[in-house]
Write a protein that binds this ligand. Structure first.
Ligand code: HAM
Length: 431
């Protein structure tokens, strides 16, 4: 504990406006897209019985072993802050038993004790979806195409989609057996960390970014070769569907992803504008045994999650015009009232009722200071009310975007100003 100024914990961030406007834009766009695909919002607790994650994501996953925020509460129960969204959603499905196929979307913080660095945080935020109750490969395609359309809608252009299949339980077990034999023979070639721990979960070596593990994996057994006919068919429908939807993809036979719950389809979206280690902007896949692992009846599922911070980093790295357009879009109008403040009260109230986004100054500040605040607000128009305007029964409109080229201002009768500004805002939104 420090006696000095209190700040946010390492690896966490406060996001203030105008930076947070991008967050509003991303979450709003995701909500629209998810609704368009028939997903309904789920809100569930930020912490769960630690067993939800141990049984869900696997006790041997890196996240469960090294990164979970686990604590005992005053009632001696052991909980963990959610490190990801899927296990909690499936726990809620098992608990409430909604009619399948059940399609849920979420926007949630996730907590992982990572080494903080650019693009890797201890609290990050995800938007995501989960669809439970169908093993039809066309649901995999709905989930992947929803992600793709979302990325398109927010303006991302430089994205690579990688897909793979882990197979169902038996294919996966056969692959793990082959992998185990291979690593036993080649133990000296594993990186330092995996020399010690590979045998508890050999699949994790496939995620390792160290050169020694990467080259060893490249020469070893591959997942596609272990797939049974049914799993191969499932994967073929997914990839043919991606072609039919004209979503470009590449096969990545080593894409096992970091959690133990994945079966069959796995996929990941990378931003080509970001450095390699933190370039994953979203990922997901099928988890056909997870509901059972959490005490429910066998229910297949598929979903994906996408990191909001990474999406913003990717948009910035692409120098997307969306970033400045969204950040600069403040209120549309700003009322500058030098007559005391009552006129601003009634005018802002009528403008808001007419759907105009508008702000105003307080504390009876000078005209100059109010105009400065209007500029800072990002407003397109200042609506000036001084003594002259009050006596003349009009409002002066000043265009705040003309810059140094001179002033553009004109007067509108007070009785017409609300309709006039609403029309200006409507025309502006068409641009
Ligand atoms: P995940 O790949 O661990 O998957 O996380 C999803 C996304 O969250 C990543 O692609 C990345 O954009 C972002 N992310 C993850 N960790 C961090 C971090 N420490 N800092 C910043 N961003 C991060 C899941 O969480 C699965 N629940 C996805 C899923 C849903 N699978 C099936 N359904």
């Amino acid at each position: 504990m420090s006696d000095g100024q209190l700040t946010s914990p390492p690896g966490t961030h406060d996001v203030l406006s105008p930076a947070s406007r991008l967050w509003e834009f991303l979450i709003g766009t995701f909500a629209n897209e998810a609704r368009r695909y028939g997903f309904g919002l789920i809100v569930s607790p930020m912490f769960e019985d630690v067993a939800v994650f141990h049984r869900g994501i696997g006790e041997q996953s890196d996240v469960a072993r090294k990164e979970m925020y686990t604590f005992t509460d005053r009632g001696e129960r052991t909980y963990a802050l959610r490190p990801e969204g899927t296990a909690s959603v499936v726990r809620a499905f098992v608990q409430h038993n909604p009619t399948p196929p059940w399609k849920a979307w979420y926007a949630t913080p996730a907590f992982r004790y990572e080494r903080p660095q650019a693009g890797r945080y201890r609290q990050h935020h995800q938007v995501g979806v989960e669809a439970l109750g169908s093993d039809d490969p066309y649901i995999d395609l709905e989930v992947i195409s929803l992600a793709w359309r979302f990325y398109e809608a927010i303006g991302l252009r430089r994205i690579t989609l990688m897909v793979n299949s882990m197979g169902h339980a038996e294919c996966r077990a056969e692959f793990v057996e082959l992998l185990t034999a291979y690593f036993e023979e080649n133990e000296t070639r594993l990186c330092d960390e995996h020399t010690k721990v590979w045998s508890t979960n050999p699949l994790r070596v496939l995620d390792c970014k160290k050169d020694s593990c990467v080259s060893l994996v490249q020469e070893g057994p591959t997942l596609p070769a272990s797939l049974c006919a049914e799993c191969r068919d499932h994967f073929a429908v997914v990839t043919a569907g991606l072609d039919a939807l004209e979503i470009p993809w590449t096969a990545n036979p080593n894409l096992v992803r970091g959690f133990d719950y994945y079966t069959r389809t796995t996929f990941e979206f990378a931003s080509d504008a970001l450095a390699n280690a933190q370039n994953a902007i979203g990922g997901g896949g099928r988890y056909d045994r997870l509901a059972e692992d959490l005490g429910g009846s066998p229910t297949p599922g598929v979903g994906f999650g996408s990191g909001i911070e990474r999406l913003i980093l990717a948009l910035e790295a692409e120098e997307s015009p969306v970033v400045s357009a969204v950040r600069e879009a403040g209120v549309f109008a700003y009322v500058v009232d030098t007559t005391g403040g009552l006129a601003a009260l009634t005018l802002t109230s009528s403008l808001r009722a007419a759907g105009v986004s508008v702000d105003r100054a307080f504390d009876r500040r000078s005209m100059k200071s109010q105009l400065k605040a209007a500029d800072r607000s990002g407003a397109r128009w200042a609506l000036l009310i001084g003594d002259q305007e009050t006596h003349g029964g009009y409002v002066t409109l000043r265009d705040l975007r003309v810059g140094d080229e001179g002033e553009r201002q004109y007067q509108v009768p007070r009785a017409d100003v609300v309709a006039h500004v609403a029309e200006l805002q409507r025309k502006n939104s068409e641009i």
